[in-house]
Design a protein around this ligand. Structure first.
Ligand code: ADP
Ligand code: MG
Length: 273
């Protein structure tokens, strides 16, 4: 499913250029109401071009920018979005798990370099059979990212995965493990702290259940918090899951109840919120 503008034109389309598949994207044409809600689409469009240019120049797993003008972005094909792959029963389970681990690791690579994506939905993480790549940087904030921004990325990715796959899916466990194995520990620790705080009020969400639409987003909140507090074990058969949980566990609180310096050993690229 691709976004369409108010006239019903597809805003993002794939075109074949010789033997290359290229995705061509135009700025969103927003109605006044959406413009007020979402801000200028021209700005976020320009932000995406700058992000792709800068981040691929740093060797990070982002889509290759082929061309950019104020009205058009052309981006190399990165395969299929995880949201499609991880829900495809026709694919072998181990292939789905591999894609999920690689997707988690791709976001981890960004975070390790001190970069936040802005909204890593499962539609914005692609897998081409050997490499996972992030696309759609319209919500990227330039400059070194705070732990809070990376925490937001993580909460968005895990929430999207719980909505799309369900809390018990092995692909969700693989996605989390792929992230945790390769990421600096601070964003997950911060997300787990946030989730522990929110878990206290989560029972109130039952009151909102009648408002839950077809996508089941309200029902996904409590399972998302549980995954962030107690990440599911990855069924990796290659031994790569070993030790992840211990290494990334939140440090025990000190006598004052504050977590012990969770940021010791943080990569220099990470800035505090
Ligand atoms: N480089 C790409 N490689 C593969 N698929 C892509 C690529 N760019 C866009 N797509 C497809 O088009 C969809 C929408 O593109 P995206 O850049 O995420 O725009 P939007 O702002 O509408 O979410 C993606 O979810 C994906 O399915
Ligand atoms: Mg998108």
């Amino acid at each position: 499913m691709h976004a369409v503008d108010p006239e019903g034109r597809r805003r993002v389309v794939a075109v074949q250029a010789g033997d290359r598949r290229i995705w061509v994207k135009r700025p969103e044409r927003l109605t006044l109401r959406l413009r007020l809600q979402k801000g200028s689409s021209d700005k976020s469009f320009a932000r995406e071009a700058v992000a792709l240019h800068e981040l691929s120049g740093r060797g990070l797993p982002v889509a290759e920018l082929v061309a950019a003008t104020p009205g058009l972005l052309a981006v190399a094909d990165c395969g299929e979005p995880l949201r499609t792959i991880l829900r495809d029963p026709a694919r072998p389970a181990d292939e789905r798990a591999r894609a999920a681990r690689a997707g988690g690791a791709a976001l981890a690579a960004l975070h390790g370099a001190g970069v936040a994506h802005g909204r890593p939905d499962l539609r914005d993480i692609c897998w081409d059979g050997s490499r996972a790549t992030l696309i759609d940087f319209e919500r990227y904030t330039p400059g070194p990212a705070s732990v809070a921004l990376m925490r937001t990325d993580l909460v968005i990715m895990v929430f999207a995965a719980v909505v799309a796959l369900g809390p018990d899916a092995p692909e969700l466990a693989a996605l989390c493990a792929g992230y945790r194995r390769a990421a600096p520990p601070e964003p997950w620790q911060a997300a787990a702290r946030l989730a522990r705080g929110l878990a206290r009020v989560a029972p109130l969400l039952r009151l909102l259940a009648p408002l839950d639409g077809k996508r089941g987003e309200i029902a996904a909140v409590a399972p998302t918090l549980r995954v962030l507090i107690d990440p599911p074990a990855d069924g990796a058969t290659d031994g790569s899951a070993d030790g992840t949980a211990d290494r990334l566990a939140d440090p025990p609180p000190d006598a004052s109840g504050n977590p012990r310096s969770g940021c010791a050993g943080a990569p220099a690229a990470i800035t505090k919120p």
